[in-house]
Every structure is written in structure tokens, then in C-alpha cells.
Design a binder for this molecule. Sequence first.
Ligand SMILES: Nc1ncnc2c1ncn2[C@@H]1O[C@H](COP(=O)(O)OP(=O)(O)O)[C@@H](O)[C@H]1O
Ligand SMILES: CC(=O)N[C@@H](CCC(=O)OP(=O)(O)O)C(=O)O
Length: 309
Amino acid sequence: MEVTNEIRAKVLIEALPYLKRFYGKTIVIKYGGHAMVSEELKEAFAQDIVLMKYVGLRPVLVHGGGPQISEVMAKMGIKPVFIEGQRVTDEATMSVVEMVLVGTVNKSIVGLLNRHGGRAVGLSGRDGQLVVAEKMKIYRYSGEDRPPEIIDIGRVGKVKKINPEVIETLMEKGFLPVIAPVGVGPDGEAYNINADLVAGAIAGALKAEKVIYLTDVEGVKDENGQLISTLSISQVGQLIEKGIAKGGMIPKLKSARKALRAGAQKAHIIDGRVPHAILLEIFTDQGVGTEIVSDFGTPGIQGAETQMI
Ligand SMILES: Nc1ncnc2c1ncn2[C@@H]1O[C@H](COP(=O)(O)OP(=O)(O)O)[C@@H](O)[C@H]1O
Ligand SMILES: CC(=O)N[C@@H](CCC(=O)OP(=O)(O)O)C(=O)O
């Protein structure tokens, strides 16, 4: 198709209401390890983030790196094990996690963004006590008259508190924070935290306009494999309880629900394999993936879902 000047102008004008609406607003983006595939996609991703920043939005990036951790573990002869989407993390695994997330993945994203003029600064949740962690226990429902089974998954954390001052200070000075999901425990020790949970907690603490999870599926699918375009937080429990949302989708949905309850406006789960997925979501009428919205006043559907506490 020939791109005429008329089409070029139309595309820019279509973005105008979104530019006005989101000017000065904080957008938290979770960049999943599965979305960091080709060089071409990484470049498109970096352009989107830097463009957002230059048109006056305040992006904050939280990245994952699960597949990259598993790859290094495999080379070391350690077999990755996941329970409810959480990596079982013993001491040896924790060293690999921190080395890969903070030492390799974080630095390469910072480098990529800075090549595009992003003024990115890399941090882990240990810097400035940004992400205070406590040990996560997994409680599994084991029948009506029985106490829940407690599963110990090692040095895996959940977010206890976010101290956002360090990222606020960086953003005020025009820097772009890029955060690796490693938290700090009460004795200064490192905790491995699922990046979705960190992104949601940061979005909640910053009362972000949006939290966007970039992943490797179109969005959340229903029991028939059809894309759900809008989901309210009261439907999240049921999707998990019925086993429709499984594995890595569970922490995304729970974290989105938590972010919205804490004051973030909206969450989106979108396909990071689509070039410029973020721009399409924020600046066009079409919207992509699944949006998750609040429905205060509607009681949540509670069930016997496995709880990550
Ligand atoms: N209901 C669902 N809809 C869409 N994806 C789902 C659903 N349930 C489970 N998933 C799985 O969740 C995965 C995304 O989570 P994950 O692998 O952790 O990605 P990331 O590394 O991007 O965080 C998808 O690839 C898909 O296999
Ligand atoms: C506890 C836990 O599972 N932590 C994750 C942290 C990285 C992550 O979340 O990466 P993705 O977003 O790419 O999946 C892990 O070890 O894989």
C-alpha cells in the first residue's frame, strides 16, 4: 500500500488526543523475557519507549529475563523448576538469577535504550531499598477440612513495600528507570521476585496511568482460546480458579489486580512479538491485547484458587 501524505498526517492526528491525555503521566512497562526475541523487535521496543519519553510521558521499565536465567542454569546443569509460575530458587539459583537479571539483562536493555537517546539508568530493587521483599509461601488448597499445604520455594519474594523515591528522583531529572526484579529482604539479602509482581507493585505505588505487560501471547484467552479484550478485576480470581489462566499468566493477572486496587488506572496485557505494540496500544484508536479495568463495588469472585502469599 502506498503511504500518502494524507495517511501520514491522519496517523499523527489520530495520536493527538492520546498525547494530550497521557502527557506527564506515568506508564509502567513490564518487558518480559519472552518478548526480548529478535534484534528487530528489541529495536522497535526501544524506539517506542524513547518516543514515549520524548513526547512527555513518564515511562518506567521493569524487565524480566526468565528464559535467559533458565538458559544459563541449563548450561550449568541446573534444571529449572516452576510452581504457580514462580521459579523455585535455592541459594545457587539465586546467584544465577541476580547475575543474569542485574548483570546481563538490565545492562543490555539500558545500553539499547541509551543508543536511542533514552537516558536510561539501570537499578535493581535493592538500590535505594526500592523493592522491599518478604519470603513468599505458596498455600495450596488441600480439601475442605484440611489445612492448606505450604510449599517452600526458597529465596522467592513477594513485594512487601515499594520505596519509589529513587525512581521519582531519576524521573524528575529526565532519566528513564530500568528495574531488575530482585528485591531486598530484612537483612539486606536478595530475593528473586517475579517481574510481573514488581511491575504491578511499582505501578500501584506510583499510581500509574497504565501498567503494560508485554508478553508472548496476544493477550488473555478464555476457555475456548479466544482473546478477551476487556477483563474486570473481579473476573481475575475466577479465571485462575477455573484453570483458564495458568503458569506465567497467573502472576500477571494478580499483579494487575493489585496495581488497580492500589490506584493504577488501567492494565494491559499485550503481545510483545508485534512490532511497536506499545505505540499501537497507547497512541491509536485500535488498542491491542487485553485491558484490565477496575470494578469497585462489584464483589470479587472468590474461590479455592491457590494463593501466593
Ligand atoms: N488464559 C491464558 N491466556 C493467555 N496465555 C496464557 C493463559 N494461561 C496461561 N498462559 C500462558 O502464559 C504465558 C505468558 O507468561 P510468561 O511465559 O510468564 O511470559 P513472560 O515471560 O512474557 O512474562 C503464555 O505464553 C501462555 O502460555
Ligand atoms: C520468582 C521468579 O519466578 N522470578 C523470575 C524473575 C524473572 C522474570 O519474572 O522473568 P519473565 O518476566 O521473563 O518471566 C524468574 O526467576 O524467572
